[in-house]
Design a protein around this ligand. Structure first.
Ligand code: UDX
Length: 480
């Protein structure tokens, strides 16, 4: 009897399985659409909770009907549907949920799949998926949604500790250079290490979990990074010494834009993957503002600020010479119930003519709007890539995890912004916003040059476009 091989009788069937977090879903659903465009059968596996939210706030079901064989499936994240999933819920509950339920459900889903699964692309933070895929003999690729440099720092934490460069010995120690992360010796300081490294107890379970998951992900058959050789080439070479087969295929949102425009034309309305309701009223407000006069302020989907931090940021913006569009998620101000809303109302009263506030913005559209000239960001990897592609310089205020590394790279290596690292003071905010928005020539030139190079990478013949073609062929030909 002939084998049922995807190359002979049916399109390859790929299962894509992100972590249940906005920043992870965003890039992985874009990859899912790119593979569907290549004619693959796709199963996108989301948590029940996030699937419900996507149904509520987007047209996900209708949108993906255009791809025959695109299936949306759900799996538990270990918590009841009505749980608020705020704060550190993910790090606190996910590992236990994997042991209790997720691993078993994932195995059953793969085993019962018809047609059979030819390749799994799982979040690089889900080591258990590698074990399940290996057990069932299915090729598996890990997708790391954060930057390769932060991956490489996570990977090196064991060596940093062995060399005695961690734990950090107090605030006077923060500017010391770290010498044990190959390729980053000239610019990585203690204060640029991922936030978890600041714990005095370096054997802390969060640090250990991150190191374990990062090292485990190199056991996958290959790794996908949402970046380009042009942005991260030297570090990708370092990572190849641990996992030989790497696909740098980003920025994925730009890669998808390019392919969709080629297929459907400029005006095609893409899928917006927000787990919250987008407030599009900021677009008519931006339409009324002069060219490059507004700084966009957003700290992603997880960051929380204290009341005092919010007030400092706000006054820094108010005292600067620029207008601002500020995203303040209702759950992002730490304090008693309703306190966040009261602070925001109070601050807005004071800045009616200068600022506009929304709960959640259509970020990609905003960053590409002609009125936006800068981005005050938490340096999440998706936000950073979106800003780079739009040619918008950044002021970075990193919050946690990979963001401390990325903000350093933005300011020191790529020179397309400034790093506010560890400081939240109205005078510094004012000065940095003015540097990027008013005395801006140097940053605008480097951000514009970088945008040109990176947009080239996703065009036909560009490095990321070629790497995506290679990924598609390797899955199709079962070469993993
Ligand atoms: C998390 C991590 O914090 C980040 O560092 C990691 O790289 C990925 O997972 P998050 O903090 O949400 O993600 O930041 P980021 O990676 O920047 O992703 C946020 C996404 O939400 C972006 O794609 C952005 O376009 C979108 N967004 C954010 C909106 O669409 N509207 C908003 O108002 C804010």
């Amino acid at each position: 009897m002939e084998m049922d091989s995807p190359s002979q009788s049916r399109p390859p069937h790929v299962v894509i399985f992100p972590l249940p977090l906005q920043g992870h879903i965003n890039s992985m659903i874009k990859l899912a659409e790119l593979l569907a465009l290549a004619g693959f059968k796709l199963t996108f596996l989301n948590s029940h909770h996030n699937h419900e939210r996507l149904i509520k706030f987007t047209n996900i079901v209708a949108y993906f009907k255009r791809y025959p064989g695109f299936e949306l499936k759900t799996i538990t994240d270990g918590l009841p549907l009505d749980h608020p999933r705020s704060g550190n819920w993910f790090l606190e509950t996910y590992e236990e949920a994997i042991k209790m339920k997720i691993k078993q459900r994932f195995r059953e889903m793969l085993m019962n799949s018809n047609p059979p699964v030819d390749c799994v692309i799982a979040d690089g933070f889900s080591g258990f998926a590698i074990d399940v895929a290996n057990e069932l003999g299915i090729p598996i690729i890990g997708f790391r949604t954060s930057s390769p440099r932060s991956f490489w720092v996570y990977y090196s934490i064991t060596d940093i500790i062995k060399a005695g460069e961690l734990p950090i010995r107090g605030s006077e120690d923060m500017d010391r250079l770290i010498t044990t992360v190959p390729g980053m010796e000239t610019y990585l300081r203690c204060r640029d290490l991922p936030s978890f490294c600041r714990k005095s107890d370096i054997e802390d379970s969060t640090v250990q979990l991150i190191v374990k998951q990062t090292r485990k992900s190199t056991e996958a058959d290959a790794l996908i990074f949402n970046t380009t050789d042009e942005l991260d080439g030297p570090i990708l070479s370092q990572i190849r010494t641990k996992c030989a087969n790497i696909y740098p295929i980003g920025p994925l949102h730009a890669q998808l834009n390019t392919k969709l425009k080629a297929k459907h034309g400029e005006s095609f309305d893409q899928f917006s993957n927000a787990l919250r309701e987008e407030d599009k009223s900021c677009i008519p407000w931006l339409d009324k503002q002069p060219y490059r006069s507004v700084i966009y302020v957003s700290f992603g989907s997880i960051t929380s600020t204290s009341r005092d931090q919010l007030v400092e940021l706000w006054y820094g913006l108010l005292n600067s010479k620029t207008k601002f569009l500020f995203v303040v998620r209702p759950d992002s101000v730490i304090g008693k119930d309703g306190e966040g809303e009261d602070v925001v109302k109070e601050l807005m009263e004071k800045s009616k003519d200068r600022g506009y506030i929304v709960d959640w913005a259509p970020q990609e559209v905003v960053l590409n709007h002609q009125a936006v000239g800068g981005f005050l960001t938490h340096s999440g990897w998706n936000s950073t890539l979106e800003s780079i592609v739009a040619g918008v310089p950044m002021v970075c205020w990193p919050y946690f995890a990979d963001q401390q590394v990325t903000s350093r790279v933005v300011s020191r290596v790529w020179k397309i912004g400034l790093d506010m690292k560890d400081v939240c003071d109205r005078k510094i905010v004012e000065n940095m916003v003015n540097d990027v928005m008013v005395d801006r020539k140097e940053f605008v030139n480097s951000a514009t040059d970088m945008a040109k190079v990176i947009n080239q990478c996703v065009s036909i013949g560009g490095s990321s476009s070629n790497n995506l073609d290679r990924l598609i062929e390797d899955i199709r030909m079962k070469r993993l």
